[in-house]
Ligand binder design. Structure first.
Ligand code: KG4
Ligand code: ZN
Length: 344
């Protein structure tokens, strides 16, 4: 479907996000969040040590209508005031995505609104446009979520060129797995960060880097932590979990910072924008700044609530797409579990 909103002076989007364990809705007008509601399932999945897909889908079905009503009421608008309905169609858990996609299609159809299909990872990148309205491509995006780890050159609002990516685990996944080995609850990233503050990065860790210039590999680092902990426990030797957390965290974030800065230098770009849940990590922020500043490179981080999953970033990405003239989706829109980062 063509896009007839591209040149409208003011764009208001209702966005829905349900790709994993947060059911969220936001009303975004140009770069401003007018209303936002999020229902987190973290306490539910914590009981199982990770996200249980079927339970996630059921809770999205329970909560989606409520979060949409709440976001609208916060904004002071009604659905009639909205120009388009946007929804995350992937990547994520299929059953979870289908709840948001089906709800958004029903809403768009009932109120005769165009539908915008949003790639979740593009949404994470767009969180930077919300937080830093003066940001313009080109810049380097450091993508660090539970499912993706990559450095990319964002060439314009709708194109990015992936220059390096993980060969195995994503960095967020590595944080979550290491946390589990240390007996910490789900989600592991914030727990590792908290524990690491009490420890020191004194345990040698392998460098999570690959042969490819800007590629990553986190499975070796994760295995090294598991082996260290198991060996200590088998021998009955005492060890500091806080030191393990700090050592793992430093190794995990240093390579992200090195690759992002090296890419920015090679491309002659002076901005690195961080996207995804691990972007909330204070040590990543510190280490990236330490690498970037001496080279005259500025670093941008969305506020923590826009780093982890939310619907405001989905609304922002939808507006970026509409402004770029991207076609609307139609009512045959399906959910997709994995989307190559190069796709829309
Ligand atoms: O981007 P996100 O919310 O969801 C995906 O799209 O995957 O990322 C979730 C990941 C989880 O692995 C979580 O442990 C990690 O982000 N995370 C963190 C922190 N907050 C969330 N990792 C490290 N430090 C944090 N403070
Ligand atoms: Zn996410």
């Amino acid at each position: 479907m063509a896009n007839d909103l591209q040149n409208k002076s003011q764009l208001t989007v209702l966005a829905i996000e349900s790709s994993c364990d947060e059911t969220a809705c936001a009303i975004v007008r140009d770069g401003v969040v007018l209303g936002e509601s999020i229902s987190t399932q973290i306490p539910i999945h914590r009981l199982y040590g990770g996200v249980v897909p079927e339970i996630a889908s059921r809770n999205h079905a329970l909560n989606v209508n409520w979060v949409v009503g709440e976001a609208l009421s916060q904004s002071g608008l009604t659905i009639a005031d909205v120009d388009a309905v946007a929804v995350t169609y992937g990547a994520g858990l299929i059953g979870a995505l289908l709840v948001g996609v089906s709800y958004a299609k029903g809403l768009a159809y009932a109120h005769r609104k165009p539908l915008v299909a949003v790639n979740h990872i593009r949404g994470h990148i767009a969180a930077n446009y919300l937080a830093h309205p003066t940001l313009r491509p080109p810049y380097v995006a450091l993508i660090v979520s539970g499912g993706h780890t990559a450095v990319a050159e964002v060439t314009d609002y709708t194109h990015l060129s992936v220059c390096g990516a993980t060969a195995d685990d994503a960095v967020g996944e590595a944080f979550d797995k290491v946390a589990r080995v240390l007996g910490l609850p789900y989600p592991g990233g914030p727990e590792i960060e908290k524990l690491a503050r009490e420890g020191q990065a004194v345990i040698p860790m392998p460098h999570p880097k690959m042969a490819g210039k800007y590629d990553f590999s986190y499975s070796g680092l994760k295995t090294a932590v598991i082996n260290y902990v198991h060996t200590k426990e088998q021998r009955g030797e005492p060890y500091s979990k806080a030191d393990v957390a700090a050592s793992f965290q430093d190794a995990a974030v240093s390579v992200l910072a090195q690759n992002a800065v090296a890419l920015a230098q090679e491309k002659g770009l002076n901005t690195i924008a961080v996207a995804g849940g691990v972007g909330a990590n204070g040590r990543l922020r510190e280490v990236l700044n330490n690498y970037a500043y001496p080279h005259g490179i500025r670093t941008l981080f969305p506020p923590k609530r826009f780093c982890t999953d939310n619907a405001s970033m989905i609304g922002m990405e939808a507006i970026v797409q509409i402004r770029a003239g991207a076609p609307f989706a139609d009512l045959s829109l399906d959910a997709v579990a994995t989307i190559p980062l190069r796709s829309h």
